[in-house]
Design a protein around this ligand. Structure first.
Ligand code: SAM
Length: 236
C-alpha cells in the first residue's frame, strides 16, 4: 500500500479511510496480519495490523523489506485518450518504468479535460500492484508546441512514428545508450502532418517505427516502452 507518512522501525501509523475500509472490510484483515507499505522515499516495509477498525486500521512497522529504488529518468508523453484507454496507458507506463508521465495536447487529441487526481490514483494503484517503489510524477498537461519549445536538447525525444514503418527501432535506440530519453506517442488520430514535420525537424528527436502495421495509441505506448526497456532500459 502507498502511504504518506515517513516509515521507520517500530513506528505505528493509522491508514486513511479508503485504505482502512479495503483492509478492514474487504480483505477482513485481523490483528497480526501482514501488509507491505511504501511511500516513495523510505523503501518497502513489512507492517502488522494492530487494530483492524474498518474506518481507521492501525499498523505497526516491523522491518524494511527492500531499500528505496532511485527514481526512473524515463519521461513518457502521450496524447490523452478516452477513459479506459487513458487509465490503461498510465497504468502500463508506471509498470514499464516511466519516471514522469506527461499528457501532451496535440491537434487531434480528443480529450482535453483531465482529472489529475484520477490519473495519479491510477498511477499509485499500478505502483502498488507492481512493487514500483517510486511513484512516477504526473505532470500537468502541455501543448505539443510548448513541449517542443521548452525541451532540453540533451534529452533525446523518441517519438513513435508510423511513417517510419520500414526500419527497425533497435539500432536507433541503442545509439541513445547513456543519454536521457523521453518517449512521445500520438493520439487516436495520429500526429498532424504539420506536427510530424515539426517533430522531425528538431535536432533532439528520434522517430521510431513499431512495425509495418498501424497500432492503436495504447498498444503503441506499451510496444514503444518495451523496446526502450529492451535496448536502453534500466537493467543495464
Ligand atoms: N486510430 C487508432 C487508435 O484509435 O488508436 C490508431 C492510432 S495511431 C495513429 C496513434 C499513435 O500510435 C501514432 O501517433 C504513433 O505515435 C503511434 N503508432 C501507431 N502505430 C505505429 C507504428 N507502426 N510505428 C510507430 N508508431 C506507431
Amino acid at each position: 500500500l502507498h502511504v504518506a507518512p515517513a516509515l521507520a522501525q517500530g513506528q505505528e501509523l493509522t491508514l486513511e479511510r479508503d485504505q482502512s475500509n479495503y483492509l478492514g472490510a474487504v480483505l477482513r484483515m485481523q490483528p497480526g496480519d501482514e501488509v507491505i507499505l511504501f511511500n516513495g522515499r523510505d523503501g518497502a516495509w513489512l507492517a502488522r495490523v494492530v487494530n483492524p477498525n474498518k474506518k481507521a486500521v492501525s499498523l505497526e512497522l516491523v522491518e524494511q523489506t527492500a531499500p528505496q529504488t532511485p527514481p526512473s529518468d524515463l519521461w513518457y508523453g502521450f496524447a490523452p485518450l478516452k477513459s479506459a484507454r487513458l487509465d490503461y496507458v498510465v497504468q502500463k507506463a508506471t509498470e514499464m518504468g516511466a519516471g514522469t508521465i506527461q499528457p501532451v495536447i496535440t491537434r487531434f487529441t480528443q480529450v482535453h479535460r483531465l482529472n489529475a487526481d484520477k490519473l495519479l490514483a491510477n498511477v499509485i494503484e499500478a505502483a502498488e500492484q507492481c512493487e514500483v517503489l517510486t511513484v512516477p510524477d504526473v505532470a500537468p498537461d502541455i501543448t505539443l508546441d510548448k513541449l517542443i519549445a521548452g525541451w532540453n536538447p540533451e534529452r533525446a525525444l523518441v517519438f513513435a512514428d508510423e511513417g517510419q514503418a520500414s526500419s527497425s527501432p533497435l539500432e536507433a535506440l541503442r545509439r541513445l545508450a547513456g543519454r536521457p530519453v523521453g518517449l512521445l506517442v500520438g493520439p487516436e488520430g495520429g500526429f498532424s502532418d504539420e506536427e510530424r514535420e515539426k517533430l522531425l525537424a528538431q535536432p533532439f528527436t528520434v522517430p521510431i517505427s513499431l512495425g509495418p502495421r498501424i497500432l492503436r495509441a495504447d498498444t503503441a505506448a506499451v510496444a514503444a516502452l518495451a523496446v526502450i526497456q529492451a535496448t536502453i532500459g534500466d537493467w543495464r
